[in-house]
Each structure stands twice: as C-alpha cells, then as structure tokens.
Design a protein around this ligand. Structure first.
Ligand SMILES: O=C(O)COP(=O)(O)O
Ligand SMILES: [Mg+2]
Length: 249
C-alpha cells in the first residue's frame, strides 16, 4: 500500500465522506520550503484544487504578503493575515482588522527593546501584530513582559510575534466558518508551527507537516510523513482519495 493509501485510510477512520468544505493552510513552513521559497508541489496542488474547494491561506505574515501569495496562486478565497488579526473575505474587499491591543503591544515592544537586541519586521506594514527576529531568548522575553496580561509571544519559527489575547488563527477560522455558513468542524487545516495550534484545535481535522517541532506535532490530529510543501500536497491528495473533501463539481 502506498503512503497516500495509508493516509487516506487514517482519514477515512476519522471523517465521514464529504466532511470538509474548506481547506485552511498556513504559509511559511507548510507551503514553502525551508528557505521560504514557494514549494512547487504545494503550488501545483493548490492550482489543481482551488476551483473545486476554497483554500484559505492563514499566515503570521502581513496582509499584503498573504494576499499576494493567494493572488499569485489564484486561490480566489479569503485570507487570514497577521496571525488572525486581519481577515480579508474577498480579494478586493475591505479587511476586518482587530487592532485593539496595538497600544499595549507598542508599550511591551518598548520594554523588550530595553532588554534585548532584535529587528522588528515589516513595521511600516503591520496593523495588528508585532513580528520580530528570534535573536534572543523567547522564554526570557516572556518573563520580561509578563505584566502585560493581554499579550503573549508566539514562536512562528521564522519570526516571533507579540499577539493579543484571543486573536489567533483559530478565532479567525471561526470567522471564516461563519462566512461560509458552515461550522469549524467542516474545515480541515494544515500547519507547521506554534502559531497554528489554535487553528488545529478549532478545526474538524488538523494535519502537521513533518518539519514541525514535536511540541507542535502533539497538537495536531495527523502528523504527515512528508516535510514542507510535499507534506501539504500529501495531505490534500489523501483527503481527496479518502473522499473527505466536499468538492464543487
Ligand atoms: O510570519 C511568520 O512568522 C510565519 O508565517 P506563517 O504563519 O505563514 O508560517
Ligand atoms: Mg508556518
């Protein structure tokens, strides 16, 4: 039996036929390679499936980056950016932006800057979350800003992010479910890092690519054999094989 057949069997034992009508995928580490270049195997699968099922990209990246990737891949579906702080339902629509914690985040950032040396990424472009280089001990940083009870630091592998309470890819996934008039149980997700854990828990089924750290693997339903974009492609092809996707004719 091929790996794909084996995975399809695992999926079939957990999900009824046609269970999932939306796929939500992380970008970095899931549809990109280790060097952050776009995975050709993931891109091929997205182009093959995007007419048949919405593929929503959910990223810690900025809205313009996430939207550009979605546009270039022709997903023609909503996007989640800045770890759930921004949801864009239609490509040319108005984004829903939750920036309620930004003033506190700026204060916390100033405290971090007093203690550590790091770069702030895309500061001209970010609207709801603050991303910075992982050039210092994140555990120490968490301790330094522990007085900010509404904020936390999440390690998204390629960057660390200051994020607000209850703003994450999981809460954004619920917005996406409402938009489609489905429940989060009808959504299947694929990811690689700690900033994907809330969406793993919110979705009907979750896959983690093989390059993820063990503490992230533990939080997903199914750990893929393949890494990066090959893992993403493996998940989508096995879901199709298992009959678990509700595909448009
Ligand atoms: O912005 C990051 O640090 C990681 O982005 P991702 O959520 O697409 O993996
Ligand atoms: Mg990622």
């Amino acid at each position: 039996m091929s790996d794909l057949d084996d995975l399809a069997l695992q999926i079939r034992s957990r999900a009824l036929p046609g269970s999932f009508s939306v796929i939500v995928s992380d970008i970095d580490g899931t549809i990109t390679e280790d060097d952050r270049s776009l995975s050709l195997s993931a891109a091929k699968v997205i182009q093959e499936f995007s007419d048949k099922i919405p593929i929503v990209l959910a990223s810690g990246n900025t809205l313009c980056f996430t939207r550009a990737i979605a546009k270039a891949l022709r997903t023609n579906a909503p996007v989640i950016a800045e770890n759930g702080g921004i949801v864009l339902e239609e490509h040319d629509g108005v984004p829903v932006i939750n920036n309620s914690y930004l003033p506190e985040m700026r204060e916390a950032l100033a405290v971090l800057q007093e203690h550590f040396d790091f770069f702030v990424f895309d500061s001209y472009d970010r609207q709801t979350d603050i991303a910075f280089s992982k050039t210092f001990d994140i555990e120490k940083a968490r301790h330094v800003i522990s007085g900010f009870s509404n904020l936390s630091i999440v390690d998204a592998k390629y960057a660390a992010h200051l994020v607000g309470k209850n703003i994450n890819k999981g809460t954004a996934l619920k917005q996406i479910a409402d938009m489609y008039g489905i429940t989060p149980e009808n959504i299947v997700v694929i990811g690689d890092s700690a900033n994907d854990i809330e969406m793993f828990h919110a979705a009907g089924m979750s896959f983690v690519v093989a390059n993820a750290p063990d503490y992230v693997k533990k939080e997903a339903d199914i750990v893929l054999d393949e890494k990066f974009g090959d893992g993403f492609a493996q998940a989508v092809l096995a879901l199709e094989k298992a009959g678990a996707l509700k595909l448009k004719l």
